[in-house]
Design a protein around this ligand. Structure first.
Ligand SMILES: [Zn+2]
Length: 73
């Protein structure tokens, strides 16, 4: 596998999710995608579709979320 690069997704980047400050991080895209999908589907009521997963994947950011904002998925 290629070198692992920690990535994260931050709910605060979504204007519609003003009340959600959860950031999810993982070492692999697949892990992060699964955790993110579970979060947005269960918390935000989104539908789990291939298109949505693709959008989520594009939102991934490199590195770690800002300190204090991490929560286990
Ligand atoms: Zn959220």
């Amino acid at each position: 596998m290629a070198e692992k690069e920690r990535k994260y997704i931050d709910c605060r980047d979504y204007p519609n999710n003003k009340t959600c400050t959860v950031a999810i991080s993982a070492d692999s895209d697949e892990e992060l995608l699964e955790a993110a999908v579970q979060h947005v589907v269960s918390v935000h009521g989104y539908s789990d579709t291939p298109e949505f997963r693709e959008e989520l994947r594009k939102s991934f950011k490199k590195g770690s979320p800002p300190a204090g904002m991490t929560r286990a998925a």
